[in-house]
Design a protein around this ligand. Structure first.
Ligand code: MEV
Length: 447
């Protein structure tokens, strides 16, 4: 394997040429042509995309779609989604439409607190440290970050609390400064990390110069200062509810409304009880959540990491959604932490993220949390509905049909014909291959 020094300093063409020469078999010129075919026609726009990351060679396309008919708290949204899996947008749209006829989604933000820590080592009398923290240090630290928090405070947010935590039972000499924040419409990662680093510096200095500390006590060893992506107090709940009889019948599975409600709620309980099922169940939820998070320029890794940690908060990995059938009322809900922003980061920089927010009516962070949670719930509803009725493959493979056809190099006419043919048949890789072979053989001129 070829190694290289200073790769990032090469021009884009040099990078592609080097890559093609050492790792690809096609002609470097062809590779360069291929990569350049995915670049933006507007050079300024391409510069913007190049600048978002490092060592950029081209752009990687993903479909950008919308799911209409999302009625959330009485307002109708069209929700932009970026996702590579073929059936996700259709399933979200189907879930949205289904519930728009039954009162729509309700949602509420439970809390919006973000959190971060200065993790540090300190050797000395912990009681003394706590006493000085409570009487002097805490106020001094808060004053030292005032220049960083002032702007956020003017917007209604800022630092909410600062705590000293003894973690010596976890690790010798280990303490934390735990800070909580309100970051309003920003996801707030940069703000939080800047404040934490300032806390770390101030803590080191304050302890060093304080006359109550002597010898080793004067030395704070900061290990790291970083926000936590676990934000169980940045939480939103969304739910749908209707009379069981209003669920309608599911003839494809010969289920009436009551039987559907029972089977559906059992499936959700299984996802609460069994981590194997819970993981797939939640993956379905994140199909919807991630797609909106991406479309609005938010950080889907942070959202996923937090969502999964939250799903395991009771000591076992569980479903994020819950279904209750009480009397004749069916209620399906999700409670999920979503630390998202509608200002800062990529949200206004990426032209399509900006457009997504416009499509959503330029929501603030709280409204976006409610939209995203509702999409996750709609996605989950459609997936579990399919699972307990017709099975997942029917709809899934129907949506995947075009991908399989393209894999076999099908023309537009062949795709059209196959779509009609498979409308009432099972789609599988081999069925599609066989269909195409027959179709092509029948078209071939007779010898
Ligand atoms: C596929 O991407 C997602 C599902 O597996 C989710 C689920 O099983 O609930 C259909």
């Amino acid at each position: 394997m070829s190694k290289i020094k200073g790769f990032s300093k090469l021009s884009k063409t040099e990078k592609i040429t080097w890559l093609a020469k050492h790792f690809l078999t096609s002609n470097p010129l062809d590779i360069a042509r291929e990569f350049s075919s995915y670049m933006h026609s507007n050079a300024e726009m391409q510069k913007l995309f190049d600048g978002i990351s490092e060592n950029t060679l081209t752009n990687f396309y993903l479909p950008y779609g919308v799911a209409p008919n999302f009625v959330i708290n009485g307002r109708t949204y069209v929700v932009p989604m970026v996702i590579e899996e073929s059936s996700v947008v259709a399933a979200a749209a189907a879930g949205a439409k289904y519930w728009s006829d039954r009162g729509g989604f309700q949602a509420e933000v439970i809390s919006t607190t973000k959190v971060g820590h200065v993790h540090f080592l300190w050797r000395g009398d912990a009681d003394k440290l706590f006493h000085i923290f409570d009487t002097e240090l805490k106020d001094a630290l808060i004053a030292e970050v005032q220049h960083l928090t002032a702007n956020m405070e003017a917007r209604g947010g800022g630092l909410k609390s600062l705590e000293l935590i003894d973690c010596t039972e976890l690790e010798p000499e280990y303490f934390q400064l735990k800070a909580t924040f309100e970051t309003m419409d920003a996801m707030g990662a940069n703000f939080i990390n800047s404040v934490l680093e300032a806390f770390a510096e101030a803590l080191t200095e304050e302890v060093k110069s304080h006359k109550a500390f002597t010898g080793a006590e004067k030395h704070v060893e900061v290990v790291m200062s970083i926000l936590s992506n676990f934000t169980p107090e940045c939480l939103v709940k969304a739910w749908v509810s209707c009379k069981v009889s209003e669920l309608g019948a599911f003839p494809e599975a010969q289920l009436n409304a009551q039987q559907f409600a029972r089977k559906f709620s059992t499936a959700v309980r299984i996802a609460k009880a069994d981590p194997y099922r819970a993981t797939t169940h939640n993956k379905g939820i994140f199909n919807g959540i991630d797609a909106v998070v991406l479309a609005t320029g938010n950080d889907f890794r942070a959202i996923e990491a937090c969502g999964h940690a939250f799903a395991a908060r009771n000591g076992r990995y569980e479903s994020l959604s819950e279904c209750v059938v009480e009397g004749d009322t069916f209620t399906f809900s999700i409670t999920v932490p979503l630390a998202v922003g509608t200002v800062g980061g990529l949200t206004k920089l990426h032209p399509l993220a900006k457009r997504s927010l416009e499509i959503l009516g330029n929501p603030g962070a709280k409204e976006l949390m409610m939209i995203i949670a509702s999409v996750g719930l709609a996605q989950n509803f459609s997936a579990v509905r399919a699972l307990v009725t017709s099975g997942i493959q029917k709809g899934h493979m129907k949506m995947h049909l075009t991908n399989i056809l393209r894999h076999f190099g099908a023309s537009d006419i062949e795709i059209q014909s196959a779509t009609t043919y498979f409308a009432d048949k099972t789609v599988s890789f081999s069925n599609v291959r066989e269909y195409l072979q027959n179709y092509r053989a029948n078209l071939a001129p007779e010898k």
